[in-house]
Design a protein around this ligand. Structure first.
Ligand code: SF4
Length: 366
């Protein structure tokens, strides 16, 4: 049986990525069957609990305040609103709710307390709860764990080398530090990236080196294809070809055999046949719901029809790891520390991000 390795090199990963396609597919599908039921796919629903107005400059993101996009920002949702959406997601087959907030990092205070209450509420609905809230400290990760969080998402996005071409407001080491903080709890790690941002194949392999050499490897790895949104610095990037997506999924499956590989952004551009090949190559998770934070996603009914056609079944919650216990706020053993961690601000500007910012200013004046 293929064992999980934590010492993959870029050369080895590139050699896998570039194999003749039929060989790559066969190898990935074989590994997939050793570790997973090939007919089961985990379904997650992504919920934007706080949209837009983010101070970061991620070049792909329409929620960054500095770019001029169509996104309308909104304040943090209420616990009741989140509960209603979670119940809807559950009734349409989702086992996990992933709550995203457009924050640079979590700040202790009433808004974080409200998120902790959302985590408690969803865990009590017997659904897996995931959060993606930006950078977190160890104490914040422990408070999330205590509330019943199942997974924390924090994507590496790309290779360490290419990261500087995408984001200038924080460093790669900040991402790794947050993952390390989450690893000090029982919360599982979800971390992946985006292809189609102008990176080369070496960068894709570099990202897989960074993820696969984590020990333990992330329990889930989302693979996104860039959705080029007008107004962002990446608005002109050409769409990712399905073959690139299939190769990326298959390579991820081979180097991280136990992880759930998730088809994430960019699925609307994929045909059903293309998605079927990704499932064959080892993808076993999708995001459901007509929106992924702010970009379009296939309709839930369409997904369920595809599942029926392919003979796929949605995965039940807590199959891999048992359900965490929820500790009520009054019984918490962790106090809010009011921390102000020194996350880096590398201080370099990326030309195309600056250009998009300037263009945004002109559009909003006119
Ligand atoms: S990806 Fe996240 S951190 Fe980056 S700009 Fe968008 S919301 Fe902010």
């Amino acid at each position: 049986m293929n064992q999980t390795r934590h010492n993959w090199t870029k050369e080895e990963i590139l050699a896998i990525y570039n194999k003749p396609l039929m060989e790559l597919l066969y190898e990935a599908a074989t590994v997939h069957r050793q570790f997973h039921d090939p007919n089961t796919v985990q379904v997650s629903t992504l919920l934007s609990i706080k949209t837009g107005g983010c101070p970061e400059d991620c070049g792909y993101c329409p929620q960054a305040a500095r770019y001029h996009t169509h996104i309308e920002g909104n304040d943090l949702m209420s616990v009741q609103q989140v509960k209603a959406q979670a119940l809807r997601a559950k009734s349409s087959g989702s086992s996990r709710v992933c709550m995203g907030a457009a924050w640079r990092n979590v700040k202790d205070g009433p808004e974080f307390d409200q998120v902790l209450e959302m985590v408690r509420t969803i865990n009590k609905l017997d659904m897996e709860v995931c959060c993606t809230l930006g950078m977190v400290t160890e104490n914040q990760a422990k408070r999330l764990a205590e509330a019943g969080l199942y997974a924390y998402n924090h994507n590496l996005d790309t290779s360490e080398e290419y990261y500087k071409e995408v984001i200038s407001t924080r460093g790669y080491e900040d991402r790794l530090q947050t993952i390390e903080n989450v690893r000090k709890t029982n919360v599982t790690v979800c971390s992946g990236g985006i292809i189609g941002m102008g990176e080369n194949v070496e960068d894709r392999a570099g990202m897989l080196v960074a993820l696969s050499t984590l020990n333990p490897q992330p329990e889930s790895v989302p693979i996104n294809a860039l959705v080029a949104v007008e107004g962002t610095p990446m608005e002109d990037e050409k769409p990712v070809e399905i073959w690139e997506m299939i190769r990326m999924v298959a390579t991820t499956r081979i180097v991280m055999p136990q992880t759930q590989v998730r088809l994430s952004a960019g699925r609307t551009e994929m045909t059903r046949e293309g998605q079927a090949m990704c499932f064959f190559a080892g993808a076993n998770s999708i995001f459901a719901g007509d929106k992924l934070l702010t970009t379009p996603n296939p309709d839930v009914n369409e997904d369920m029809e595809m599942f029926k056609q392919l003979g796929l079944t949605p995965q039940k919650p807590f199959i891999k790891i048992s359900q965490p216990q929820t500790v009520e706020a009054a019984d918490s053993q962790y106090a809010s520390l009011g921390e102000k961690p020194k996350w880096s601000r590398p201080g370099h500007a990326i030309d195309r991000n600056e250009a998009a910012k300037e263009k945004g200013k002109v559009v909003s004046k006119s």
